[in-house]
Design a binder for this molecule. Structure first.
Ligand SMILES: Cc1cc2nc3c(=O)[nH]c(=O)nc-3n(C[C@H](O)[C@H](O)[C@H](O)COP(=O)(O)OP(=O)(O)OC[C@H]3O[C@@H](n4cnc5c(N)ncnc54)[C@H](O)[C@@H]3O)c2cc1C
Length: 397
């Protein structure tokens, strides 16, 4: 069946990565995926296996003990893992495409040694905290404030919908300088989960990716040392806001890779089923109408993967291009939902039963088009990039 990544296109290292992650995904992860979803259990076993294989340290620079690979290689691995289990892929998405990239790019030497070294050892688990109750698509409406306090700072504010919050031991938290608003005065700090002033984390029950729930972080005057600031929020500076937009691009590529993985798994499952299922005295797969639907699904899947590879390869210093990334994520997110939906129909009632994986794939795919920027926001970005006319979304007062 030709829906997987074609190995002949790759060099030795990339080929090894795909073969190794595919084997681990099939043999060690896929058999447990339904359990983690049903029981809403964090796939700790997957995280340990993926750490053992060095996948959590894939994009950590070599001088800090990682493999020093790029967004492209990260996406190859994440597609394979997500095709077996989205929750397992989510355990490494933040390590491969999240805060470690920001640390590698902006961190002090001490921050790099401390955090990147712990990622390589499988000891640091990151979550990224941007969204707030009043600041979703409008990330620059964030209110969490970093106030000077003696030699250090204090952090106060609430973050919500933070993936893996309850399982992370370190957070990259976006915040702002006192008395600033909008894109002015945004920055970021690195906070350990045992910091004083962080309330017990509430988790949010959700539809898909249920092994790794989102959570709410409430900081009340949490102490922050000066050496934990990675991007100091400064009144009168918009650098932090500009960086906030760019730093999401690796994560968006990883999100698109997860969408491609789920779409591929759904298509493979549907094809296998239709080869076995007979109606009118012949396998369903032989009907012309069914072959055309498979053709459309496979074409969309390849297009999504190719857009993703283009985005991942547009990586400059670890941050892929805005236009390429937004197109890849948008198309991959919508493709995953469309292919899962179509596959459910192709299985008939068995596509609708919880004992088969398609309904899980469908639920898993749905959240990917919201997290990391909704499909509407991605369209806004693409429209602005393509036309050169970037329309302010803010109401004029
Ligand atoms: C699975 C998942 C994981 C997530 N993980 C994290 C995480 O780890 N860290 C984190 O910080 N956040 C995370 N989020 C939060 C995510 O970033 C936000 O949900 C997302 O940015 C949208 O914000 P919102 O939910 O508040 O929707 P809103 O911003 O309230 O949007 C509501 C609707 O209005 C539309 N809309 C808003 N503005 C515009 C506009 N200008 N033009 C057109 N349409 C618009 C939106 O597209 C949406 O349909 C996650 C979300 C999900 C679903």
């Amino acid at each position: 069946m030709k829906v997987k990544v074609p190995l002949e296109e790759f060099d030795g290292l990339q080929r090894d990565l795909v073969e190794r992650s595919r084997r681990i995904a099939q043999d060690e992860i896929a058999p447990h995926a339904a359990h983690w979803d049903r029981e809403k259990e964090f796939p700790e076993r997957s995280f340990q296996i993926l750490t053992r294989e060095g996948f959590t340290a894939l994009t950590v620079p070599r001088e800090y003990g990682g493999a020093g690979l790029g967004v492209f290689e990260g996406c190859l691995v994440i597609e394979e893992i997500a095709a077996a289990c989205l929750s397992s892929a989510m355990t490494i998405q933040m390590q491969v495409n999240g805060p470690p990239r920001v640390i590698a790019r902006l961190g002090s030497e001490a921050q790099k040694r401390h955090y990147l070294g712990r990622i390589v050892e499988g000891k640091a688990r990151f979550a990224i905290a941007m969204t707030e109750p009043q600041a979703g698509s409008d990330g620059t409406a964030l209110e969490t404030t970093l106030s000077p306090d003696g030699d250090g700072f204090r952090l106060t504010g609430t973050k919500c919908h933070i993936t893996g919050a309850a399982y992370a031991n370190a957070f990259l938290v976006f915040c702002r300088a006192p008395q600033t608003a909008g894109p002015d005065g945004i920055g970021a700090v690195l906070i350990d989960a045992d910091v004083e002033g962080l309330a017990p984390i509430e988790t949010e029950d959700k539809m898909g990716g249920r092994g790794v729930p989102e959570g709410v972080l409430r900081f009340d005057n949490a102490p922050v040392r000066a050496d934990q600031v990675i991007l100091e929020p400064r009144a009168g500076s918009r650098d932090g806001a500009a960086f906030l937009v760019r730093q999401f691009n690796p994560e968006r590529c990883g999100n698109a890779a997860m969408s491609v993985g789920i779409a591929r798994a759904a298509l493979e499952h549907a094809i296998e089923y239709m080869k076995q299922r007979e109606q009118f005295g012949r396998p369903v797969i032989e009907f012309q109408g069914i072959q055309w639907r498979i053709a459309d699904m496979a074409t969309r899947l390849d297009a999504a993967r190719l857009l993703l590879w283009r985005a991942a390869k547009s990586d400059v210093e670890g941050f892929p291009g805005i236009r390429e990334t937004a197109m890849a994520k948008l198309f991959a997110n919508e493709t995953a939902v469309a292919i899962c939906n179509e596959a459910i129909e192709l299985l008939g009632h068995k596509g609708y039963l919880t004992r088969y994986p398609l309904e899980r794939y469908f639920r898993d795919a749905r959240g990917l088009g919201i997290g990391g920027g909704t499909t509407h926001i991605l369209r806004n970005m693409i429209g602005g990039e393509v036309t050169g006319i970037r329309v302010s979304q803010r109401r004029k007062s």
